[in-house]
Design a protein around this ligand. Structure first.
Ligand code: ATP
Ligand code: MG
Length: 363
């Protein structure tokens, strides 16, 4: 879905984020980044580095989490996210998020969290078995706080996140009804008008809600070893596209244009007429090899990623890291202003307001 432009000079807020469990890949680009780039012109955008959540599956890898946190911001900037217009937020330095997580955890039944289909899929696909940390399912509640701390109207995400956003909407409604006397029959659009602290945010799913990985089965994912990263070289792209399994034996065998390879053809080859011709020839087994189709797909992906890779190169090395840390610090300071305001509003509504926090902190 394409986001509508904001109507007045007031820029409504947007929040989304990525977990630093690896670099960004093509799935992020088509699922969420493209929408973020569109939104940042008209909306006050907050892009969160969910580094706390990275610990839910990688508590033993703090070095990796730190590295990936910086790498993701490099990917964002290289894609065109402008840190002057949009705010980069480091989750672990926004204490209001952690506090809101606790309050929200009291508003969702435990079984509701555990029934969340995205969590279930992740437990399966990441092989977490039954030994995952207590913090793992807790991240779903934490994500409600990530979002609601910024009281956004939109959350640009891939399809797998829609279940999470639905839970976040339920939490926002519950909070507003319980503590702000919003009528339980109110329309979602009226919650703030009726005195609710939280708006009911909407998920905005990108033009491709779920890009399949090069394994042709699971969604492309940082942690599943099936991703083409935005920082991959032309050679790596070619190698990875070459691995897409089709099971087709010869150039004259009638091919299935609903396979993963053709999903990539339709998403990444921009020339519509060429896409139609490839589909026709492949379906008819008209002398077209998988190798040839893969070559065209790899080239199209390289055309998309090439400029991103170039902009990224300027951010490599120690100086690049320094610049990125500066962007994170600057953004997080701005973010804390909004998040603290939200927390104070929430605490007031919950009758927990006893004067400002600053007055109770030493020094
Ligand atoms: P992990 O494997 O650690 O869960 P991930 O690849 O799923 O990583 P996230 O950080 O969980 O990435 O997701 C960031 C955003 O990108 C979310 O909005 C998510 O919905 C979207 N996204 C992730 N993978 C895809 C995909 N394959 N297709 C479309 N959108 C995606
Ligand atoms: Mg994920």
């Amino acid at each position: 879905m394409t986001p509508p432009p904001a109507s007045s000079s007031f820029r409504p807020r947007v929040l989304t984020g990525d977990t630093p469990t690896g670099r960004l890949h093509l799935g992020h680009y088509v699922g969420s980044i493209e929408n973020r780039l569109r939104l940042q012109a008209d909306y006050d955008c907050y892009f969160l580095l969910a580094n706390m959540h990275a610990f839910t599956t990688r508590a033993d890898k703090p070095d990796d989490i730190r590295r990936d946190t910086l790498e993701i911001v490099k990917d964002w900037i290289a894609c065109g996210i402008d840190p002057e217009r949009s705010t980069v937020v480091l989750q672990t330095e926004v204490p209001a998020i952690a506090e809101l997580t606790w309050f929200f955890a009291m508003l969702v039944p435990f079984n509701r969290v555990m029934r969340n289909p995205t969590l279930k899929t992740e437990i399966d696909s990441k092989g977490l078995g039954d030994t995952y940390s207590f913090g793992f399912p807790m991240y779903a509640v934490g994500q409600c706080a990530d979002i609601l701390a910024f009281r956004p109207v939109y959350v640009p995400v891939g399809e797998d996140q829609v279940a999470h956003i639905e839970m976040c909407r339920e939490v926002a409604r519950r909070f507003d009804q319980l503590y702000c006397a919003v009528d339980s029959h109110a329309e979602d659009a009226d919650y703030e008008k009726q005195g609710g602290v939280f708006p009911i945010p909407e998920a905005l799913v990108g033009k491709v809600g779920r890009l399949v990985g090069i394994d042709g089965k699971q969604k492309m994912s940082k942690s599943l070893n099936n991703a083409i990263f935005l920082s991959d070289s032309a050679k790596e792209i070619k190698k990875k596209v070459g691995q897409i399994f089709t099971g087709r034996q010869s150039m004259t065998e009638k091919g299935d244009i609903n396979n993963a390879l053709f999903e990539y053809v339709r998403i990444f080859i921009k020339d519509e007429a060429r896409v139609k011709e490839l589909e026709r020839a492949y379906a008819a087994g008209d002398n077209i090899g998988d190798g040839h189709v893969k070559q065209e797909v790899a080239q199209a992906i390289d055309e998309l990623i090439g400029p991103i890779r170039e902009r990224r190169a300027a951010l490599e090395g120690k100086d690049g890291d320094k610049k990125i840390i500066e962007i994170i610090r600057h953004g997080t300071k701005r973010a804390n202003k909004v998040a603290e305001e939200t927390l104070a509003m929430a605490k007031d509504a919950m009758q927990l307001g006893f004067g400002g926090r600053n007055e109770m902190l030493p020094g």
